[in-house]
Design a protein around this ligand. Structure first.
Ligand code: BES
Ligand code: MN
Ligand code: ZN
Length: 504
């Protein structure tokens, strides 16, 4: 997974011996005085660090733009061998998210240059609170450290071996230490999810996804049950099975339980994930272009597993169950056909219009099962619709909910996680679009409003249970690398789901 060692230091920046010391800078230009061209400021009180960069800052060559970097070797007066300045962008807009990305940027600066160890200095505590910053910095370091080149035979492991956060010694040490420890757990859990999402379909079949979930559960102390065809049939999961029936690979029904000993009442949170390890479209076969991307169609399920890992280690006082429905979606003599009629576990009948709308089928039974296992509140995550990508691009993921109170908690979670979700509408008019002539509902609602009709489909199975649906189709895979994250699996939703759970 990740072998990066992490430390927290309260030492004086200029005395820290390291291969690379990363310090933040901000652009102080404001829109009120657009003609003034003030120099960027370093976000540290350390006089030696300031002196070391004074000349280059005075030159005006460096603007401290977002994730803009500047490297100095052998900085005068410092024990560090190199000093890296990372830009936070406009000071007035400085935010914890920027610190997360800056830490990732510093790590990704170090990696290709053979630098295996670095120290990242938090910004001034007056500007941003040290607790949230230290956590974000560690998360960002894990995000930056991950590269997807697992299967290169000449792979040179460039990962950072040691990442240290340097915090001001004036800040409340215990709080900062706790936030640091959280950051490590969250960062590692997001990496767990990303390495799973990165796996090709032949390296991560539904069975193997179940095995990985079970191994993780054993490691962190979660109850885990993985079953397959027999159990799926026994539970009458007709919607899940309708997808699985078309593949030689057996499906996996993965159930994880987090049950803190002292919590016997209150809500039970149900996390449900789409685990399509490869989506060919089935008989409604997808075009060949980009079909290889559909190995990441299990990103929702992997996000739930990563969140469960973090939950097990952070131990919130709330019960959580997780259901991941893992299957391939393949064309086959035994595959379901457009026009087929399926009966879901809930008893609702589904007319199959397009076998490529398979995610909502597996989730339908996953939601019903989570409720049967006792979930009082539901959240699902899925790479569900291309329509969501059309609506929001690869910037925001879509979010839907049948309950404003439950959604408000998720919205609060986003402030901490720093992930971008945008709420999209449900509504009776969308529900109307998925009515079937021969049964209860059909599995597609036509060309328009596809993200909302898919969400309405899931809502039929959430019923009256407060529920949130996350459509992460556009953001589960980073198409172009950024300074702080490699091209490849993003690990989106792990942090937000975790924070939502912790809000109970
Ligand atoms: N897995 C896809 C959705 C998807 C699209 C994920 C792009 C990631 C990137 C899903 O199973 C699918 O095929 N959805 C169809 C639904 C349609 C047939 C109603 C779609 O969006 O085209
Ligand atoms: Mn599909
Ligand atoms: Zn799919």
């Amino acid at each position: 997974m990740s072998n990066m060692q992490t430390q927290l230091s309260f030492a004086n920046l200029s005395r820290i011996e390291t291969e690379l010391l990363a310090v933040l800078a901000a652009d102080t230009q404001t829109s009120k005085a657009p003609d003034a061209k003030p120099l960027p400021v370093l976000l540290t009180t350390d006089e030696a660090v300031k002196a070391a960069v004074a000349a280059v800052l005075a030159s005006g060559e460096y603007k401290a733009g977002t994730n803009e970097t500047l490297l100095l070797h052998a900085p005068a007066g410092l024990a560090a061998k190199r000093l890296l300045i990372v830009g936070l962008g406009k000071q007035a807009k400085a935010a914890v998210t920027g610190v997360r990305n800056a830490a990732g940027t510093a790590v990704r600066y170090a990696k290709p240059r053979g630098i295996r160890e670095l120290v990242f200095a938090l910004p001034l505590p007056e500007l941003l609170l040290p607790g949230p910053c230290v956590r974000a910095a560690v998360e960002g370091a894990f995000v930056g450290d991950y590269d997807p080149d697992t299967y290169r035979s000449d792979r040179k492991d460039q990962s950072v071996q040691s990442f240290t956060v340097a915090a001001a010694c004036t800040s409340d040490k215990a709080d900062v230490e706790a936030a640091f420890a959280e950051g490590v757990i969250i960062g590692e859990s997001q990496t767990f999810t990303r390495s799973m999402v990165n796996e090709p379909g032949n390296k991560l079949t539904p069975t193997m996804m179940g095995q990985r979930a079970a191994a993780m559960a054993a490691e962190v102390g979660l109850k885990c049950e993985v079953s397959s065809t027999e159990k799926i049939k026994e539970l009458k999961m007709g919607a899940f099975w309708s997808v699985a029936q078309g593949s030689e690979e057996p499906p996996a029904l993965i159930v994880l339980r987090y049950e803190p000993v002292c919590v016997t009442e209150g809500p039970v949170l149900g996390l449900v994930g789409k685990g399509i390890t490869f989506d060919s479209g089935g008989i409604s076969l997808k075009p060949g272009t980009d079909m290889e991307k559909m190995k990441y169609d299990m990103a929702g399920g992997a996000a739930m597993l990563g969140a469960m890992r973090a939950i097990a280690l952070l131990k919130p006082r709330v019960r959580v169950i997780c259901v991941v429905c893992a299957s391939e979606n393949m064309p086959d003599g035994k595959a379901q056909k457009p026009g087929d009629l399926q009966t879901a576990m809930s008893g609702k009948t589904i007319e199959i219009i397009n076998t490529d709308a398979e995610g909502r089928l597996v989730l339908a039974d996953g939601l019903t099962y989570a409720k049967q296992l006792g979930a009082t509140h539901l959240i699902d995550a899925a790479t569900l619709t291309g329509a969501c990508v059309v609506a929001l691009g690869m910037i925001n993921a879509g979010a839907f909910s049948n309950d404003d109170v439950t959604y408000a908690k998720f919205d609060g979670a986003l402030a901490t996680s720093g992930e971008k979700f945008w709420r999209l509408p449900l509504g009776d008019e969308y529900a109307e679009m998925i009515k079937s002539d021969i049964g209860d509902i059909k599995n597609t609602g036509g060309r328009w409003g596809g993200a909302s009709t898919a969400a309405e489909f899931l809502k039929v199975f959430a019923e009256d249970t407060p529920w949130i649906h996350l459509d992460i189709a556009g953001v589960a895979w980073v198409e172009d690398s950024r300074p702080y994250i490699a091209k490849g699996p993003s690990g989106i939703a792990v942090r937000s789901i975790l924070e939502w759970v912790r809000s109970y």
